[in-house]
Design a protein around this ligand. Structure first.
Ligand code: MTE
Ligand code: MO
Length: 319
């Protein structure tokens, strides 16, 4: 994000990727048909890691959600092989492979700050706190690409209510795992580690804000933020922190990572807004992965139900 400009995005980034992905998809079909006679183990060993059929566990008892869009979903293989996850790489194709050995169990999440009692929760206890829903959300990256993903999780407000925040809690901050041994991207100072993001309390309590642990009916692949991430469909993708180990309630606005590294480009709010250009490119349009023509970007990414959270705010100033 830091090192790209709009011409890079239009030419060298998105277009070659689509060619690449459709080629991969084709190869996947051919490879699997040819390997159909082999055992599952042999198939997994022989297959290109980028096209291995996922062995991820199915999530039981998923309910449908009225918040889902009925737009066409982006293929699983694209969503799991085109990732921003700088802890592994600044390249979008590499996290799929580099994250494959990330140890996501056991995994604990510390809940502290302005709470009546500090908590250390096992991720499997967290995922069981409310029934899982499938939320098919549009997801818009600040770089100009977008995807439609059937995430699995539940409204973040279910967890927040269980955490007993004090009346002084005005914001909630999310911190990603810090572990350079497992996360090779953290051996490079491309960002200040660990990755930190945050929300105002009323944003975090909005039912659209999703605490996410799965996609396409299965547990999250590591490169998409396993075992636990947030998904905030009305904000640019960078607000949705991955592989969360700490949730802290604060009195003051968290100093999020992207604001630290490029304050003129990435603010705290980061609401999708076609009327506010990025300093180096327009945000008026986006390219859905797999599509050729760009489409207009919608205010709040089309999630108008959040607009009340920002009434009276200057969204040019609070970008
Ligand atoms: N910890 C962490 N979280 C992160 C990022 C990251 O680099 N590190 N990238 C963000 C950005 S810019 C985007 S667009 C989304 C991408 O999520 P996806 O790979 O599941 O599509 O993750 C966000 N969360
Ligand atoms: Mo992004």
């Amino acid at each position: 994000m830091l090192i790209r400009d709009s011409s890079d995005i239009a030419s060298s980034e998105i277009t070659p990727k689509e060619t690449f992905l459709s080629r991969r998809t084709f190869l996947a079909g051919a490879g699997l048909a040819g390997a159909a006679a082999l055992t599952g183990v042999a198939l997994r060993n022989l297959a290109d890691p980028a096209i291995t059929v996922s062995a991820n566990a199915k999530i039981e008892g998923i309910q449908k959600s009225s918040f889902s869009t009925n737009e066409q979903q982006t293929p699983y293989n694209d969503v799991s092989h085109y990732n921003n996850f700088y802890e592994f790489s600044t390249d979008k194709y590499e996290p799929a492979d580099l994250a494959k050995n990330l140890k996501t169990r056991p995994w604990t999440v510390v809940i502290d700050g302005e709470v009546k009692k500090k908590l250390v929760l096992d991720v499997d206890a967290i995922t069981k706190m409310a029934s899982p829903e499938e939320r098919i959300y549009r997801h818009r990256c600040v770089e100009g690409w977008s995807i439609v993903v059937p995430w699995v999780g539940y409204s973040l407000n279910n967890l927040i209510k269980r955490c007993d925040p004090t009346s002084k809690a005005k914001y909630v901050e999310f911190t990603t795992l810090l572990d350079p041994k497992q996360m090779p991207g953290q051996r490079i100072n491309v960002l200040k580690w660990p990755y930190v993001e945050g929300l105002r309390m009323d944003e975090a309590m909005h039912p659209l804000a999703l605490l996410c642990f799965g996609m396409y009916g299965e547990v999250l692949p590591n490169q998409d933020g396993a075992p636990l991430r947030v998904v905030l469909p009305w904000k640019y993708g960078f607000k949705s922190a991955k592989s969360i180990v700490r949730i802290r309630f604060t009195r003051d606005q968290p100093y999020n990572t992207w604001q630290q590294s490029a304050p003129a480009e990435y603010g705290f709010y980061a609401n999708v807004n076609p009327n506010v250009d990025h300093p180096r490119w327009s945000q008026a349009k986006e390219r859905r992965l797999g599509e050729f023509l760009k489409r207009p970007t919608l205010m709040f990414n089309g999630y108008d139900q959040v607009s009340g959270l920002y009434s009276g705010m200057d969204l040019k100033k609070n970008y």
